[in-house]
Design a protein around this ligand. Structure first.
Ligand code: MN3
Length: 200
């Protein structure tokens, strides 16, 4: 089964003014679709790999045939990262971290403000294109980090639960070079329920 765009659970303009409709439309229908197209194209020469889940492919990148490894890393990572991104953001609501989540954040970062500033710093300082992440490590603790390009934390043995796309295509129309403003806006549209559903 070839990979397909996951259905977006809200309209393109539902995240305004934090993310504008035009950016959402291009980002979802063009950029995300291109990662999927490239992933499918790469897997065509090894159709048995369609039997595996996308997570399995990305966790075990070293087991992917060398001729398509880079394409799976980029296309598969792009598909995985964007699917997660659309899921953990949503129309502004009263969504807030649950008390369990707040406890986990406090255990991992000291307090919420430390968490927020560490996450923002990783996302802001990622040089060039990439992602800022909140992940769960093997011990269950939360860690903030960034990855370049479309690399996913899955490939480092982490469980990504929240991520922000800091490629310029994610914010340039509305924020131009002001990546920190876009990252601040991101906090207004986090779907905490979706984030917490990814905890293991
Ligand atoms: Mn993107």
């Amino acid at each position: 089964m070839a990979y397909e765009l996951p259905e977006l659970q809200y309209a393109f303009d539902a995240l305004e003014p934090y993310i504008d409709a035009k950016t959402m439309e291009i980002h979802y229908s063009k950029h995300h679709q291109t990662y999927i197209t490239n992933l499918n194209k790469a897997l065509e020469s090894y159709p048995e790999l369609f039997e595996k889940s996308l997570e399995e492919l990305l966790i075990n990148l070293d087991q992917i045939p060398e001729s398509i490894r880079v394409a799976v890393r980029n296309g598969g990572g792009g598909h995985y990262n964007h699917s997660l991104f659309w899921e953990i953001i949503g129309p502004k609501s009263d969504s807030a971290p649950s008390s369990n989540m707040n406890t986990l954040i406090a255990d991992s970062f000291g307090n919420f403000d430390n968490f927020k500033s560490e996450f923002n710093e990783k996302a802001t300082k990622q040089f060039g294109s990439g992602w800022g992440w909140l992940c769960q490590d093997k011990s269950g603790k939360l860690v903030a980090l960034s990855t370049p390009n479309q690399d996913t934390p899955l490939s480092s043995g982490l469980n990504p639960i929240m991520g922000i796309d800091v490629w310029e295509h994610a914010y340039y129309l509305n924020y131009q070079n002001k990546r920190p403003d876009y990252i601040n806006a991101f906090w207004e549209i986090i779907n905490w329920k979706a984030v917490e559903s990814k905890l293991k």
